[in-house]
Every structure is written in structure tokens, then in C-alpha cells.
Design a protein around this ligand. Sequence first.
Ligand code: MN
Length: 211
Amino acid sequence: MNLSRYHAKRDFSRTREPKGRSGRVPRAAPGGQFVIQKHAASRLHYDFRLEISGVLKSWAVPKGIPTEKGDKRLAIAVEDHPVEYGSFEGIIPPGSYGAGTVMLWDTGAFESLEDTPAAAVRKGKLVLHLAGGKLNGHWTLVRMKPGQFGRENSWLLIKTEETVRSISARADDCSAVSGRTMKQIAAGSKRPTRKRAPSSQAVFSGASAGG
Ligand code: MN
């Protein structure tokens, strides 16, 4: 577990993103919490994060989460994030790393079906079952061979096993936790005009967005 890359990229006197605690005890569980954050940075993307060995293993998925069996999306492995990041929704201030609006797009539990999560990451193949508010079903993350796509941090997020209902535009723009739209989050609005997503799940227990 190492958050040094995460810390090096951020100035915590400017951003309200969590600093995170170090020294959490890694656990060899078959799964854990997952969170997907919709992030309107210089380019919109979805940050796919799995709680593994005391951190959030993270991938940036520019084109969003596939729902049709066999669909593949590029997923770029990025630095580990602290578990507390799984509760972060808000604004990363201009001039800061990743400046823009962050929505808690979906949260829930994941299970690694073939190996322990940590072993699966090392192997470069995670066969996952997700039980979230928006996403329920099987997805697989596969690391591409170095050179295959030019970047050694390139993975594919593949919809496996079954086609699931595609995400409606309304659901895509609704926080799983606060019910807010991207616009409302960007405006710092506390009161959503829409009801929260019907099947959304609670934010990570025990985690706080504080530094
Ligand atoms: Mn991001």
C-alpha cells in the first residue's frame, strides 16, 4: 500500500479531497467496496475504484462503463487512492490536479471470482461481480500486454457474462449518494431537485471526506 503518488500530485491546502490515512491493515478478503466517480476534469471520465489491500485501486475509464456483453472500454490504471476517497463528492479547485467536478456515480460491493483481489491485480485479470446501485452483474478488467496499446498502464474493462440494462441519461447524471446532478455538485448545491436514485447504496461506512 503506497499513497505517495496520490499525495505528490495534490496540494491538500487547496483541495478538499481526503488525504487518507496510511498504515491500514491490508486484508485478504474475496472482495470489498467499489466506487465509481464521474469526474468532469479537462476530459470527462469515470474513475473505477476497488478497495484492495487497504487502498482504492483505481482506473480511469474515459468512455464509461460498458453494459452490453462483449463491449470493451479502455481503462487506464492510475495511482492508488485512499479508502476515504470513496466518500468524496464535490469540486477539485481550478489549478489543482484533476480540477473539476466529482460525482459519486455508483457504490456497492464487489467480489473477485477467480483469485483474491490482490492476486488478481498482480496477474492482470480481475473477474468481478459488482452489486451496486446502478451496476449489477459481471465485469472483467484485463491488463493489456505492454506495447499492445502504447501504454503499460492500459487495461480493458469488459462487460462479461450478461448484457445489463444501459444507464439512462437521468441515472447517469444522478449521484448515487446525494442525488445531485453534476451541475448541482459544481454549484455547491445542497438540495437536489431530484430524488436520489432509487436503488442507490449508502456511502462507505466509517469513511469520511475529511483530511
Ligand atoms: Mn479522475
